[in-house]
Design a protein around this ligand. Structure first.
Ligand code: GDP
Length: 363
């Protein structure tokens, strides 16, 4: 899973991204991770995996990871190709979701590119660039469908839907706020639109602003916008996150306690992304490795197996499943087995969050 971090210059993107890379998952475990300074991997915190590792003392403990891409340089005029704009827009296209960092702090030492702190205006600037890029795509789609219509009447519906969407975007609206039925939404999803992607607005506050969100006008502005378009909002103090990310274990817990928060903003961001994208984790366990794997809610057993290896998906026979909570209630895997809580599941089984799975397959 890949999240793109966007926002105007000087809003705290790099600060947040540095926190992510400091807390970073060990890239040695992830051979697919190319060395790219703009890409950071972060481990998905999972107490269940920690507990399994405690029980099995495996050679390797491998958490699920989320990839963050720092997409700097999105500025006013990007959709017109200014400031390498098109390259950045192409980078955003490759992500599953967007973290839109919004400046919610005042600091005269940190220049604001638009002159003052104004979350509503800033969000608008970025969103309008994305809308403009989408508008161009939708226009091309309408032209293509109109041409195809000459040869085949069935394209009429496509022309109608995309013409209506074009009008919507033209009015400065985001594709994700376009009201339509499920079939039309599926049709629109076949075009890779930027403003269709799910968004988390990360309101980057200073420490004082973070301590009193209710009276933080900047944060409240961001929240109102997020609520109106059914997006997520996450208050975060990027500067503080940088410090937190350098700590681990007990030290981290103590620091968080001092700050009066239960978990780091980064952990909240990860959880929020999981929920936003409808993701869950299943677990594999043993002496050699305990590992968490990310799947979409609703994934069936063979496809979940495919996350581990395509051979396991191809040769899938069955999945031996114990719910993590059942195992904990019994005290061990063996005790759970004795109670008959190990289930043998077939091809149609929908894997659940926290399932401990052992796949049987033909080689
Ligand atoms: P980017 O251009 O969006 O990547 O912004 P940066 O992360 O480079 O941040 C720009 C400047 O703002 C840096 O000097 C940061 O230290 C500062 N900054 C980031 N977050 C905060 C914050 O919460 N409060 C204050 N006062 N400064 C911050």
């Amino acid at each position: 899973m890949k999240l793109g971090i966007v926002g105007l210059p000087n809003v705290g993107k790099s600060t947040l991204f540095n926190a992510i890379t400091n807390a970073g998952a060990e890239s040695a475990n992830y051979p697919f991770c190319t060395i790219d300074p703009n890409v950071g991997m972060v481990a998905v915190p999972d107490e269940r995996l920690d507990k399994l590792a405690e029980m099995y003392q495996p050679d390797k403990k491998t958490p699920a990871v989320i990839e963050f891409v720092d997409i700097a340089g999105l500025v006013k005029g990007a959709s017109k190709g200014e400031g390498l704009g098109n390259k950045f827009l192409a980078n955003i296209r490759e992500t599953d979701a967007i973290v839109h960092v919004v400046r919610c702090f005042d600091d005269e030492n940190v220049i604001h590119v638009e002159g003052s702190t104004d979350p509503r205006r800033d969000i608008d600037i970025i969103n309008m660039e994305l809308v403009m890029a989408d508008l161009e795509m939708v226009q091309r789609r309408v032209e293509k469908a109109t041409k195809a219509l000459k040869g085949d009447k069935k394209f009429q519906h496509e022309v109608d839907v995309f013409t209506a969407l074009q009008k919507h975007l033209d009015g400065g609206n985001l594709a994700r706020t376009f009201a339509c039925d499920e079939d039309d939404a599926a049709l629109i999803a076949t075009s890779d639109l930027l403003t269709l992607k799910p968004v988390i607005y990360a309101a980057n506050t200073d420490e004082a602003g973070f301590a009193d969100l209710e009276h933080n006008q900047y944060y409240q502005q961001v929240k109102a916008i997020a609520d109106a378009e059914d997006s997520q909002v996450l208050p975060i103090c990027a500067k503080m996150e940088q410090d937190i990310a350098e700590l681990e274990g007990e030290e981290k817990l103590m620091f968080l306690e001092e700050l009066g928060v239960e978990e780091s903003g980064l952990d909240r961001l990860i959880k929020c992304s999981y929920a936003l994208l409808g993701l869950i984790s299943f677990l594999t366990y043993g002496k050699d490795e305990c590992r968490a794997w990310t799947i979409k809610k609703g994934t069936k057993a063979p496809q979940a197996a495919g996350k581990i290896h395509s051979d396991i998906e191809r040769g899938f026979i069955r999945a031996e499943v114990i719910a993590y909570d059942d195992m904990i209630a019994c005290g061990s895997v063996n005790a759970a087995k004795e109670k008959g809580l190990l289930r043998s599941e077939g091809k149609e089984y929908v894997v659940q969050d926290g399932d401990m799975v052992y796949f049987r397959f033909n080689v």
